[in-house]
Design a protein around this ligand. Structure first.
Ligand code: ZN
Length: 114
């Protein structure tokens, strides 16, 4: 199995297709038209009628996605707090041109964080 192709699946229809991992658009399910989910190349695809195995993969994929989102959220919250603290610290210092520019830069960085 080539690692350059990934398995894209539809959990609802229990179908799969192999597409390059660098694909620009999410493949659509040929049966229902929904966006497919990328399982990568390591997970073996169960047979279509093995509902239990499909549900297990779906559930573990969801759990992994939620864990990833949780980590991302924590990281961005931490970064946001660090930037806010640094801005507050710098704003208490004597004003000068460089510091004003740095504060502006930090505030712009802060605004970019989701
Ligand atoms: Zn489908």
């Amino acid at each position: 199995m080539s690692a350059s192709n990934h398995n894209w699946v539809c959990f609802l229809c229990r179908t799969s297709a192999r597409r390059p991992k660098t694909i620009e658009t999410t493949p659509k399910c040929l049966s229902c038209g929904a966006n497919c989910y990328c399982l990568g190349y390591k997970v073996s695809i169960p047979k279509k009628d093995d509902v239990k195995a499909w549900n297990a993969i779906r559930d573990s994929s969801r759990a992994r996605d939620f864990a990833y989102l949780d980590i991302r959220q924590r990281q961005s919250t931490r970064l946001k707090h660090d930037l806010e603290k640094e801005i507050a610290r710098m704003e208490l210092m004597e004003t000068n041109k460089d510091r004003t520019r740095q504060i502006k830069k930090l505030k712009e960085e802060l605004a970019r964080i989701e």
